[in-house]
Design a protein around this ligand. Structure first.
Ligand code: UD1
Ligand code: CA
Length: 493
């Protein structure tokens, strides 16, 4: 962005057209709420408009307007809406937008709410060109391979004489490949006078905003164009095929920007990154990584393959493999997965571990603590240095209420334990494998909460004498397997 762009004085108004039906989406959700790279199309148009610091930012709503207005309220407090009851054309839509604003002078920018790639910078350039040439209208144009359907730009030498809609164009005019993006800057007075002059005498019986340019030219006011090379910035989305194409292109741009900023992507084509994601240098993304929402990844972290993270904060040097996570924090140097499911409220401390087939929810796991295998940790507070054995379940729900359990620092929970919440396991305690813990365990105690083992000698030979098992038992000399004997000796030593 040049300095003159930075110094651009605010425009009087931006009118964003958002009243159309969007019928080709075949959706009960407004087209404008469909998302590109994790944000609604509407939000892109509002952000781009806001870059002009307009005195008025009006969105013209009509079709599904409760949805559109509701979403706008979440996006911005400075946006106002105007209602276009019946869609009588783009000229009529702009007139509706201006209706509530009273009389004012200055520049009025018109954009569409379904053109997500259009940037604030482009709008600022458009306004700068408009002002530099003292135009009464300046239209943003592009040259495209297939101009069919678009309005064509009619030029006479350097100037613009008007725009003709595809349906109204002659064959000769249809051969023109410079198209109207539908994005303009108008001098407010010219716009008002031009709108007042509109008729519906055209192929679609609509009030064409484009006829304001013909009006201005006819009245010897300067009409200019700003041709943009990046055609994507003028592309609208009308159906889900175009939506998918838009997402692909947006994602390609996001990926390229991150790779140039120092992120390694093993397979860019299978990597999807929302527009608000933030990545540090030397992050590595393996194939099949989807980073959504406000996810952030710290320096040197390794994500994937096949990992989806939504609103997750990943610390520097962490490793997250084959994991699905949302609203979670993964500490520096921590390790997650493969096959982990991190649900909202999961916080894994520095160098902690959430391993294979582990599900966590509302689980605060301290530095260096390990939950390595086959565990459900819901409503759990696990302090630093704790080891949670394989198959441990934090039974947090009794069918009516959810309760929290706590495991103190450096405690050890044996495999296949059920902690029936709320229980408090003290620091340095040891819970024997297979326990069902219903009472608190004091610090440093050994808790055994399981039935004692009972062996009935000779049972198989007596009860199932003809079985293979009985034969195997009869063949055995009664010794302990050497691998077990070895471990036992080690444990004793
Ligand atoms: C319009 C332009 C055309 C341009 C094209 C670019 C006119 C007459 N034609 O054609 O020159 O090449 O955009 O995409 O302006 N809308 C309303 N209310 C209405 C009509 C439209 O809000 O009464 C909104 C729609 O929601 C849409 C935008 O205006 O976002 C464009 O309307 P659309 O009917 O798609 O115009 P095009 O025929 O594509
Ligand atoms: Ca259109």
């Amino acid at each position: 962005m040049s300095n003159t762009d930075n110094d651009l004085a605010p425009v009087a108004a931006v009118v964003v057209l958002a009243a159309g039906g969007g019928t080709r989406m075949k959706s009960s959700t407004s087209k404008l709420l469909h998302e590109v790279a994790g944000k609604s199309m509407l939000s892109y148009s509002v952000s781009a408009a806001a870059a002009l610091a307009p005195e008025h930012l009006v969105v013209v709503v009509g079709h599904l307007r409760e949805q559109v207005t509701g979403h706008l309220e979440q996006l911005s407090e400075t946006v106002t809406t105007a209602v276009q009851e019946d869609q009588l054309g783009t000229g009529h839509a702009v007139a509706c937008g201006l209706d509530g604003l009273g009389d004012f002078e200055g520049d009025v920018v018109v954009t569409y709410a379904d053109v997500p790639m259009l940037t604030g910078d482009t709008l600022r350039q458009l306004v700068a060109v408009h002002r530099a040439h003292h135009n009464s209208v300046t239209v943003l144009t592009a040259r495209v391979d297939d101009p069919s359907g678009y309005g064509r730009i009619l030029r006479d030498g350097d100037g613009i004489t008007g725009i003709v809609e595809h349906k109204d164009a002659t064959d000769e005019q249809r051969a023109i490949d410079e198209i109207n993006s539908g994005i303009y800057v108008f001098d407010a007075v010219t716009l008002r006078e031009g709108l007042a002059s509109l008729t519906t005498d055209n192929a679609q019986g609509e009030q064409y905003l484009t006829d304001v340019l013909t009006f201005a030219h006819g009245d010897n006011r300067r009409v200019g164009a700003h041709l943009i090379e990046d055609v994507w910035q003028t592309e609208g989305v009308n159906d889900r095929v175009q939506l998918a194409r838009m997402n692909l292109e947006m994602n390609r741009r996001i990926r390229d920007a991150w790779m140039l900023a120092g992120v390694t992507m093993v397979d860019p084509a299978s990597t999807w990154i929302d527009v608000d994601v933030d990545l540090a240098r030397d992050v590595t993304l393996h194939p099949g990584v989807i980073l959504q929402g406000a996810t952030t990844v710290g320096e040197g972290a390794i994500i994937g393959p096949n990992t989806t993270l939504m609103n997750v904060e990943v610390g520097a040097g962490a490793e997250v493999i084959r994991t699905h996570g949302s609203f979670a924090v993964i500490g520096e140097g921590a390790s997650v997965g493969p096959f982990a499911y991190l649900r909202p409220g999961t916080e894994l401390g520095r160098k902690g571990k959430i391993g294979t087939f582990v599900e966590t929810k509302n689980a605060v796991i301290g530095a260096g603590a390990k939950v390595p295998h086959l565990t459900y940790a819901g409503d759990a507070v696990i302090d630093e240095g704790v080891n949670i054995g394989a198959g441990t379940i934090f039974a947090n729900y009794d069918g009516v209420n959810k309760s929290t359990s706590h495991v103190g620092r450096d405690a050890f929970v044996g495999s296949n334990t059920v902690l029936v919440a709320p229980v408090d396991i003290g620091p340095g305690a040891l819970v024997g494998a297979g326990s069902t813990v219903t009472d608190d365990v004091p610090a440093g105690s050994l808790a055994l909460a399981r039935g004692r083992q009972r062996n009935i000698d000779g049972w198989m030979v007596e009860r199932r004498p003809d079985s293979k098992a009985a034969a195997a038992a009869a063949d055995h000399d009664g010794s302990i397997h050497p691998a077990v004997q070895e471990s036992r000796d080690k444990k004793k030593a």
